[in-house]
Design a protein around this ligand. Structure first.
Ligand code: MRU
Length: 345
């Protein structure tokens, strides 16, 4: 098993694998304060819903460290500003808001303590979020592995691996587990335009692990599905609503439509930290729009003509009726989602 340390916190510095550079270069990005963390999330040095949540938690630790010498009212004021800044670093993955919400509550509940003690509590909470994510992913992978059959061809989208989480991964975690348990699986990895998380990051993880697979252009998926070459589809999610509607990387919805048309099982793999229990349906999920450069340029080189306008949503919502099941650390949730998701709370 190759160890990928996506996130590491040591001596009040947060070390991140710079995912903007992979697979060409393996570089570590250092965050020395919460502003660096805000930048790292926004600029996608680190990405993937659970990884964003854990990173933001350490951003709060860095803020507390920076402000612990202030008088208490100022400390709380500055902490609130830092929490808000981090909370807005990306809009779609609810793991971010979940982690920030946890930290905010912790600060609220410990107002009577000295700032250093609050800092220590925050650090402990960030470590818990970090460690629990690893455990959650491993448990989720075991549940997911129950539906994988010997020799299955699995199609996946975006990167949902160790790079998208603290370790192991969500959908790619299930794939890892199936591979480790000798299931002789084969993976089709969607390239995932425009940022190529599949082509760059999933492909990198598959090669590191020696998991057999092929990289495909996104537009190949429908043909493979029609031709019976895909036994099931596994993707992650950035936010799951109460009714099962799930936001994930742009292109996931299209995959789900084709899967339904050809009766291929379509599963979301997501920890319960990705469920937004406040969100009734996918209609309310804010979809991030990213810069036009992601489409007009490839690796800094302009490929579209000057003057061409761009529409670049980073996510879409897969309606619950297209989802066969949602694999969580608490088991596999199946329809009716409204009823069954509530039980996970
Ligand atoms: O824009 P990204 O790269 O952060 O998008 C990531 C995804 O869409 C993943 O599928 C999702 O976060 C779940 S992965 C653990």
């Amino acid at each position: 098993m190759a160890e990928i340390k996506t996130i590491e916190f040591k001596d009040n510095i947060l070390y991140l694998i710079d995912q903007r550079k992979l697979p060409r270069d393996y570089e570590i990005f250092e965050c020395k304060d919460f502003r660096d963390v805000d930048f790292a999330i926004h600029d996608m040095v680190v990405r993937g819903a659970p990884a964003i949540g854990a990173t933001a938690a350490y951003g709060v630790v860095l803020a507390a460290k920076e402000f612990l010498g202030l008088e208490k009212p100022r400390f709380f004021e500055e902490m609130e500003k830092a929490l808000e800044k981090l909370n807005q670093s990306r809009p779609t993955a609810v793991n971010l808001m979940w982690a920030i919400g946890k930290m905010r509550t912790l600060i609220e509940e410990n107002k009577e303590l000295e700032t250093r003690e609050i800092y220590e509590k925050i650090k402990e909470e960030a470590d818990n979020i970090y460690n629990e994510d690893i455990e959650t992913n491993k448990t989720m992978a075991k549940h997911g592995n129950e539906i994988i059959k010997q020799g299955d061809n699995i199609l996946t989208h975006c990167n949902t691996g160790a790079l998208a989480t603290v370790a192991y991964g969500t959908a790619l975690g299930v794939i890892r587990e199936a591979h480790y348990t000798g299931k002789d699986i084969f993976v089709y990895a969607d390239e995932t335009r425009p940022r190529l998380q599949g082509g760059k990051l999933t492909a990198w993880e598959l090669v590191q692990e020696g998991i057999p697979g092929k990289l495909i252009a996104d537009s190949v998926a429908a043909t493979l599905i029609r031709d019976g070459k895909v036994d099931l589809i596994l993707t992650g999610a950035d936010r799951v609503a109460n009714n099962g509607d799930s936001a994930n990387k742009i292109g996931t919805f299209m995959l789900s439509v084709v899967a339904k048309a050809y009766d291929v099982p379509f599963y979301i793999v997501a920890p319960t930290t990705t469920i937004d229990f406040e969100m009734e349906s996918g209609d309310g999920i804010k979809i991030e729009e990213r810069s036009s450069e992601e489409l007009t340029h490839i690796d800094g080189i302009r490929t579209a003509p000057e003057g061409m306008e761009v529409y670049n949503p980073a996510f879409d919502v897969t309606p619950h009726e297209n989802i066969t099941g949602i694999i969580t650390e608490k088991g596999i949730v199946r329809p009716p989602y409204k009823e069954n998701i509530r039980k996970l709370k």
